[in-house]
Design a protein. Structure first.
Length: 256
């Protein structure tokens, strides 16, 4: 009889354990204190998709650094497709990742400056990166950041130059002639027809654009091109900072 009572007690205890997973709204007691259990208690939790954590900076390589060493651009080990998909910017002791493409060819690694470009007391961080390049073309991008990583708008130099310039072309029996009008000045370029194997129908502006900091100011150099390998000059654009953005204040043609 005692053995039957023991078996019955064990079965009752097991039944109590099996019903231990209460739905939300039911109350379990522990030492007289009521505790509400979640609806999933006693059940396997569903798989959660975790966002990829930031890579520790120790695993990143420095691609470029400002002269004063207060700002740098870093990236993870070079991928096989020839382009970094994102870059990490370090300013002082803080870092932030940006979804900026950058070619892995060291010749075209980013350039970094720290400079005061506007009337505000704090310096800006200027980053110029290369998104792509090829024969007679060069895709450059510029970013101007405040020390808290806020990006300041920069007027597109190529779009502005194409808006300001007037270009013309004339083809003779043995000559190719091109002209560029900008700021009230007209510049003419004449070539023997055999000088190049292939000529553009007209002047092409901005296949190559180079942003940089020069004499404490933001500058863009926009190419003037008449064939894949012929550049008679470039248009130099100088920026000024106003109302939290940078706009082109002056554009002038300079012969090569």
């Amino acid at each position: 009889m005692k053995r039957l009572l023991i078996v019955a007690a064990a079965a009752f205890a097991l039944a109590g354990c099996a019903s231990g997973g209460t739905e939300k709204g039911q109350m379990a007691t522990d030492g007289g204190t009521k505790t509400e259990l979640p609806a999933t208690a006693g059940r396997p939790e569903p798989q959660k998709v975790q966002e990829a954590p930031d890579l520790p900076e120790a695993t990143l390589a420095v691609l470029a650094e400002s002269e004063d060493k207060t700002a740098a651009v870093l990236a993870s080990p070079a991928p096989g497709n020839g382009t970094f998909d994102e870059l990490t910017v370090r300013i002082g002791g803080q870092s932030k990742r940006f979804a900026w493409g950058q070619v892995t060819n060291p010749t075209y690694f980013p350039r970094v400056w720290t400079v005061n470009l506007d009337a505000e007391p704090d310096e800006e961080v200027v980053i110029v990166r290369t998104a792509d390049y090829g024969t007679g073309a060069f895709e450059n991008r510029i970013h101007v950041l405040k020390r808290d990583f806020r990006e300041m708008p920069v007027e597109d130099a190529v779009a502005k130059v194409r808006e300001l310039a007037v270009v013309r072309a004339r083809t003779g029996p043995d000559v190719r002639e091109f002209s560029l009008e900008l700021g009230g000045e007209i510049h003419t370029f004449a070539y023997d027809k055999g000088h190049a194997g292939y000529w553009f129908d007209g002047i092409v502006l901005g296949n190559v654009v180079d942003y940089k900091v020069e004499d404490g100011a933001l500058v863009a150099e926009v190419s003037v091109q008449v064939s894949p390998g012929e550049f008679p000059g470039s248009i130099i654009c100088r920026y000024t900072g106003q109302d939290g953005e940078f706009r082109i204040a002056d554009a002038k043609f300079v012969r090569s």
